[in-house]
Structures are given as structure tokens and as C-alpha cells.
Design a protein around this ligand. Structure first.
Ligand SMILES: NC(=O)c1ccc[n+]([C@@H]2O[C@H](COP(=O)([O-])OP(=O)(O)OC[C@H]3O[C@@H](n4cnc5c(N)ncnc54)[C@H](OP(=O)(O)O)[C@@H]3O)[C@@H](O)[C@H]2O)c1
Length: 254
């Protein structure tokens, strides 16, 4: 049975992978930040020296898009330097690295869906740090899959769905912005895509895109997820990080 290490196990994707685990004949080893801090090179060395893995899914990341603007160094330490260390360990131990990246590597100026070969041009620090992580993996080499996704949501962790649910639970009127368009992606679907890709050894090597098939705004998504609730459009608080108006990834599966 294939042994798969999952870093960042308590994040949204990590938890979704834990939820999907029972559907796959894989030996999944989940490590959260308290067990494996990916910024600690010695810890990475130790884990790979004492255990063997066929695959490592890196679900650990610095994901606070606005926070990255004032925490650039930390965003790069987690999203670039630590990813490079992980890539080197994977290469040395012949482990297939499966890394998750983002639509934020693009600027949104193309009026057609983005394919993996399109030129990235991140508009904010988060996107730049994730692009730097991709480039670090490419320059280390070894066996890797970089899966770019967009607008992850699920019942797990801290994301659009759980934030809206918390507002409903607090009896607040829902107000959601409609100034951005993208392809919302269920974290459960991404988890199944990754685990199927491992179980059947068919996940594309190099860079690929995986996202939901519909283009919509956050307002559209809120109305879709909570059809019985009134959701009002609002201008949205001015974000710290510049965001592209519209990024549609061309899904490798479509
Ligand atoms: N969420 C989205 O909409 C979205 C869209 C496109 C791509 N992505 C990408 O998808 C991946 C998964 O995102 P997500 O939504 O699951 O993010 P998330 O919920 O923020 O999970 C990230 C996890 O990484 C952990 N982490 C942070 N620093 C770490 C470190 N030094 N060592 C180990 N773990 C660390 C975090 O722990 P703490 O919280 O304790 O720091 C958190 O549990 C990321 O690569 C992200 O860039 C996400």
C-alpha cells in the first residue's frame, strides 16, 4: 500500500483529506504543524530519515492573502523556503511531491481560461510567495505535481462557507461582495482528485489546474450554498491585497 505523508493536516485541505481517507486504500500519515513544522529543516530531515513515504501532499501554507502584505517575510518562509526544503527531501528520498498552488499566481488580464503554460504575474505578496514556491520545486526537480486550484471552500476549517455559516449562526444579515469572479472548488473534490491521482498513479506531473467547473462571484456562491437565506450584495471591505477581478483556471479534467 502506498504511504502518503500529508503536511498541514489541520488546515481546510488537510481536514478534507482526512474526511476522504476512508474511501481510499492508501496508508495516509497526517502531520499537523505541531508534529511537523515545515519551516524547520531539521524536522523535515528527521521525518524523512526515519520514515519512508511514496508521496508527500503539502497542504501546509501561509494562506492569509491580506495578512501577507504586512508579513511578507513569513509568507515567503512558509510558501517558498520551506517548500524548497520539502522538495529537496522528497527528491533525496524518491518521494513524489504533490504541492498545492493558487490562481493568485495570475493577474486576471487574460479573457480566456488560464492554462498551466500561461505566464504568471501575481498581483499580491501571497501570489508572489506561492509562485516562488512553485519555481523552487521546479528548480529542485525530482518527481512532483503542482496542482493550482482556486476558491477552496468546504465544511472544514476557516473558509468562505464556514465564515458565512458563522454569520448566520450569529443572526447577522448576509452581505457579500460581487466584484471578483473565479471558480469555487470544493475541498472534498480536490481531496478526491489528489487521492485518486495517487491511488491510480495518474495525477499529472509538472503543473496542472484543478477547480470547480462554474465561473461565479462570491455573491453567487453564497446564494448557491444558502438558497433559503437572503444574501445582499455589498461593496465589500477594501482588502489590503490587490486581487485580480477575474481568474478562470482551465481545468485539466475538462
Ligand atoms: N483556501 C483557498 O481558497 C485556496 C485557493 C487556492 C489555493 N489554495 C492552496 O491550497 C492549499 C491548502 O489551503 P487551505 O485552504 O487548506 O489553507 P489553510 O486552511 O490555511 O491550511 C493551511 C495549514 O497549513 C498550516 N501551516 C502553516 N504554517 C505551517 C508550517 N510552518 N508547518 C506546517 N503547517 C503549517 C496551517 O496551520 P496554522 O493555521 O496553525 O498556521 C494550516 O493548518 C494551500 O497551499 C493554499 O495556498 C487555497
Amino acid at each position: 500500500m502506498k504511504r502518503v505523508l500529508i503536511t498541514g493536516a489541520n488546515g481546510q485541505l488537510g481536514l478534507a483529506l482526512q474526511g476522504a481517507a476512508k474511501n481510499f486504500t492508501l496508508d495516509l500519515i497526517f502531520m499537523d504543524k505541531s508534529v511537523l513544522d515545515i519551516t524547520n529543516a531539521e524536522d523535515i530531515k528527521e521525518v524523512f530519515a526515519t520514515q519512508s513515504f511514496d508521496v508527500c501532499i503539502n497542504a501546509a501554507a501561509y494562506t492569509d492573502v491580506d495578512g501577507a502584505e504586512s508579513n511578507k517575510a513569513l509568507a515567503f518562509v512558509i510558501n517558498k523556503t520551506a517548500v524548497e526544503t520539502l522538495a529537496k527531501a522528497c527528491k533525496e528520498h524518491r518521494c513524489w511531491l504533490m504541492h498545492i498552488s493558487t490562481d493568485y499566481v495570475f493577474d486576471g488580464t487574460l479573457d480566456r481560461p488560464y492554462v498551466p503554460a500561461d505566464t504568471p504575474n501575481p498581483l499580491n505578496v501571497y501570489g508572489a510567495s506561492k509562485l516562488a514556491g512553485e519555481q523552487a520545486i521546479e528548480s529542485v526537480g525530482g518527481t512532483y505535481s503542482i496542482v493550482r486550484t482556486s476558491w477552496l471552500y468546504s465544511q472544514y476549517g476557516n473558509n468562505f462557507y464556514t465564515k458565512i455559516q458563522a454569520q448566520l449562526d450569529a443572526g447577522k444579515t448576509l452581505r457579500v461582495a460581487a466584484d471578483q469572479k473565479g471558480c469555487p472548488t470544493r475541498a472534498e473534490d480536490l481531496s478526491a482528485h489528489l487521492l485518486t491521482g495517487i491511488a491510480e498513479a495518474k495525477l499529472e506531473k509538472g503543473i496542472s489546474h484543478y477547480c470547480g467547473s462554474e465561473v461565479m462571484t462570491w455573491l453567487d456562491l453564497a446564494r448557491r450554498l444558502f438558497p433559503k437565506e437572503e444574501v445582499l450584495e455589498c461593496g465589500g471591505a477594501r482588502p489590503l491585497a490587490v486581487r485580480p477581478n477575474r481568474v478562470v483556471l482551465k481545468n485539466n479534467n475538462s
